[in-house]
Design a protein around this ligand. Sequence first.
Ligand SMILES: NC(=O)c1ccc[n+]([C@@H]2O[C@H](COP(=O)([O-])OP(=O)(O)OC[C@H]3O[C@@H](n4cnc5c(N)ncnc54)[C@H](O)[C@@H]3O)[C@@H](O)[C@H]2O)c1
Length: 257
Amino acid sequence: MTTLRDKIIIITGGTSGIGEGCSRHFAALGARVVIASNQAGPGSALERELRAAGHTADFVFTDVASEASVQALIAHTVELHGRIDGVHCNAGVWAQGKVTGFDDAVWNRVMDVNVKSVFWTAKHVVPVMERQGAGVIVITTSVAAFVGFPSHALYCASKAALEALVRCLAVDHAGKVRVVGLCPGTIDTPMLAATCAGWDKPKAELYAEVARRIPVRRLGQPLDVAQAAAFLLGDESGYINGTSLVLDGGTMALPPW
Ligand SMILES: NC(=O)c1ccc[n+]([C@@H]2O[C@H](COP(=O)([O-])OP(=O)(O)OC[C@H]3O[C@@H](n4cnc5c(N)ncnc54)[C@H](O)[C@@H]3O)[C@@H](O)[C@H]2O)c1
């Protein structure tokens, strides 16, 4: 059975959706979690709740798009716990539209939060993990890296960049740092709910239609992703490096017609 007992794990975007599920699940598996996001209220509430349940949890307000903020997060975690065993780079944003409708500001926001954040996190955590002799970085990518979702060029490009980063970081730092991608399909989170805005049907109806098209006939839940992430952050996955695990209920296995 997977255990994360006493492992020090940072989860970015750890206060909502997939990240919140990971914060809760990692804590339940014995990890000392450092929950990082730009949601101060939910972060403090989650910290309180996990501590009240007997877990070790700290919320650190972080803007992952800022190198200084990420650097401070890493430094603060080392101050708190003396080491960092795992980082789950999970914070992300979504933007809808075709290339003709985007401007520099939207490009920068999506690329900064989704991609640059992982660059800066790796830059500052790799030296810590190399000093320790071990560490794992798990990066939430998306099936959007592999398929052309209509009107999602920017989001898809950002996720494809992360798939490349998984490979490059894994090769550059192999032996001490393991780097693995986690590639979800359709997961029931506030981000997914936001994608339903502007459709002519209620969310429940849209979700039911999507579920019918997924081979396992249901949307993924944050816990589905958290369980896989815990395995990848744990000691039982020690030979998995430089690749991504797809969690999509079989959607990508469907024939394309
Ligand atoms: N929900 C899905 O179907 C799905 C599918 C594939 C991949 N993903 C990816 O999973 C990850 C989590 O998404 P989710 O669906 O749980 O979304 P969500 O909107 O529920 O959560 C996103 C989290 O990222 C945080 N965040 C955003 N910008 C930030 C910033 N600048 N600094 C710090 N934190 C920031 C938010 O505060 C929030 O905690 C994202 O990377 C997303 O792209 C989601």
